[in-house]
Ligand binder design. Structure first.
Ligand code: ARG
Length: 605
């Protein structure tokens, strides 16, 4: 009972302390100019027209329209005739011709053509693109419509462990999770950002013993996490050699678990100190959480989880432990999940089961996304299998990801073989960015340079991560990520800066509300701008912010081609205003797109 009261109290205090660090739940930007009605994209309009044509021709209604793989064939294409041809054993070209004969796309496309083995190709009409651009200019959401059936989603991301430094392994989770949240919110989902910190567990026996016997208070003040890591490691080393230390650490853990006030206070100080450190990094990264429900929050709920699963017949006792078996799932058949050990202790999995219950029943979530590295794939398969059997009604996704490698292609480590602390990495990124800016633009004032260095340095690190497909391992390279050329944040930020400088040079300027796209480079850029609304929702199909990153890179390339081919400020009216409008819209899409990835843009660099 004492334990219960004490724990409840401490949890509240921890949370109250954290409240300072947390933003209120983000709400959608409700400023004026919002286009509440969906603005249909070219892709969805063509898809709709295609399915009407399929129905009219007596085919099943489903057919995909995708961006053309080769611009020589147009802007969009469909392989639906190839699919149907295969299914029916008929000539796909003939099917394609039948579909085209029933297809009415005159509003936006030239007459569709049939090419190759039976592809249907669409080329957008110039006037349709002009109309689209005029609409995008007026639209605060840049054409991106809200999802029709929003979900309440808990996104579990970052989730570092207390009394340990946040290392590069947490980077991907933190960046990926933050970007996914931003995109989900922009699309209209109701999202709760949850930091499931590792603040409970057997390591605290060692930490508390170390605290009582080895702590250097000065060092703790200077660099709390380093000191906590030091005492943990030293205790661990002693414990491997010395039975007495091992026993003593175990005893400290038992005391903590049974609510001993002194051990509780040490534990709480460790949590607070760690959170203070984490929050410094979050501050720098502009990453915020709505709630921080660490493992300790669920501690009191663990016995009930085990009871429930035992009573429901989902768990059984095996060699003194309580286990869930998955005999019917081949890949898990020989991998039972232990939810209570034979010594009575609970596992990581037990906590995750309690967490699911809390998120669904208390937070009323109907989707949970876990942004956690690939080594935990098996763990989440087990958790999801159990929750399925329990009948929880929600979408569960493990958004897993690969590793960050050093130049030697091995897991990134410091020279002494330690995990690289995130804080050091961010500092170095900012320092390097400052040097690059000082070189590029020596006239900038010191204060301005520092601010911009933060935007560029952090943007570069985030983008290097988010522009990769999440499952691939990537090599961490400062030279590459900070380069002003290539698929990097500084390149995109520079494109934005260039646009801003055009406007500074232009002075007071009006931009055209109805641009005319006379030059092929203008038309090409405009078509790209129209694709933003097609790309953003796609990110969530398979949790791939890299799709958005690559789109922004292509947009910046199209902008540079346009800028080289089409003089802006020297052009005569009305072309000048029209081109300025294209520049402005490009800047807005770059800025918004990068912001959805958690990356800012400077006005100068
Ligand atoms: N703290 C864990 C780690 O560092 C990640 C927690 C992920 N979330 C969860 N619900 N298990 O590995």
């Amino acid at each position: 009972m004492l334990t219960r009261v004490l724990r409840g109290k401490i949890n509240i205090e921890v949370r109250a302390g954290l409240a300072l660090l947390l933003d209120p739940p983000s709400r959608f930007d409700q400023r004026s100019g919002y286009n509440q009605n969906a603005m249909e994209t070219f892709q969805s309009q063509l898809t709709r027209n295609l399915s009407e044509a399929l129905a009219a021709a007596g085919f099943p209604k489903a057919g995909e329209v995708t961006p053309a793989t080769d611009p020589r064939f147009g802007d969009y294409q469909s392989n639906v005739a190839l699919v149907l041809g295969k299914q029916r054993g008929e000539n796909p070209r003939k099917i394609a011709e039948t579909i085209v004969a029933n297809l009415d796309v005159t509003e936006i496309s030239e007459q569709p053509s049939v090419a190759g083995a039976g592809f249907i190709n669409f080329t957008l009409k110039r006037e349709a693109v002009e109309t689209k651009i005029a609409a995008l200019i007026r639209d605060e959401r840049l054409g991106v419509s809200r999802i029709s059936s929003p979900k309440k989603i808990v996104v579990d991301f970052g989730s570092p462990n207390v009394a340990k430094p946040m290392h590069v392994g947490h980077i991907r989770s933190t960046f990926l999770g933050d970007a996914l949240v931003r995109i989900a919110q922009f699309l209209g989902h109701d999202v709760i950002r949850d930091n499931h910190i590792g603040d409970w567990g057997t390591q605290f026996g060692m930490v508390i013993w170390g605290w009582k016997n080895l702590l250097n208070l000065e060092a703790l003040k200077g660099d709390p996490i380093a000191e906590l890591v030091r005492i943990y490691k030293e205790t661990n080393e002693r414990a491997t050699k010395d039975e007495a230390v091992r026993e003593a650490a175990r005893a400290e853990l038992v005391k903590l678990q049974s609510g001993d006030p002194e051990n509780y206070s040490i534990w709480k100080q460790c949590v607070d100190l760690s959170m203070q450190e984490f929050s410094k990094a979050y501050e720098l990264l502009d990453i915020h959480y709505d709630i921080v429900r660490g493992e300790s929050f669920y501690n009191d709920r663990l016995p009930a989880v085990v009871d429930r699963l035992l009573q429901g017949g989902l768990a059984e006792i095996s060699e003194g432990a309580v286990c869930v078996f998955f005999r019917d799932i081949p890949e898990l058949a020989d991998k039972p999940c232990i939810i209570r050990k034979s010594d009575g202790g609970y596992n990581y999995a037990t906590t995750d089961l309690a967490t699911v219950d809390y998120r669904i029943n208390d937070l009323k979530a109907n989707a949970i996304w876990y942004v956690v590295g690939a080594p935990q794939i098996l763990h989440f398969k087990q958790i999801f299998a159990i929750t399925r059997r329990e009948g929880y009604n929600a979408d569960f996704h493990h958004v897993s990801f690969g590793s960050i490698l050093g130049a030697d292609r091995k897991l990134m480590k410091t020279r002494s073989g330690e995990n690289v602390p995130l804080r050091d990495l961010l500092k170095e990124g900012i320092t390097r960015a400052r040097a690059i800016i000082a070189n590029k633009n020596p006239e900038l004032a010191e204060s301005e340079r520092n601010e911009i260095a933060g935007i560029i340095g952090i943007g570069a690190i985030k983008y290097a991560d988010l522009s990769q497909y999440r499952m691939t391992d990537y090599i961490f390279s400062w030279e590459k990520m900070l380069s002003l050329h290539g698929n990097t944040a500084p390149y995109l930020q520079n494109a934005y800066v260039r646009i801003r400088s055009i406007f500074r040079k232009a002075g007071a300027t009006s931009v055209s509300q109805a641009p005319v796209l006379g030059d092929p480079a203008e038309l090409n850029l405009a078509k790209r701008l129209g694709q933003f609304a097609e790309i953003v929702p796609q990110v969530l199909n398979d949790f791939r912010p890299n799709i958005l990153a690559n789109y922004l890179f292509e947009l910046a390339n199209s902008f540079h081609t346009f800028y080289e081919a089409c003089p802006v400020l020297k052009a005569d009216e009305p072309v000048r205003s029209s081109r300025l409008a294209l520049c402005d819209l490009t800047g807005r899409v770059l800025q918004r797109g990068l912001k959805l990835l958690g990356i800012d843009v400077p006005e100068k660099m």
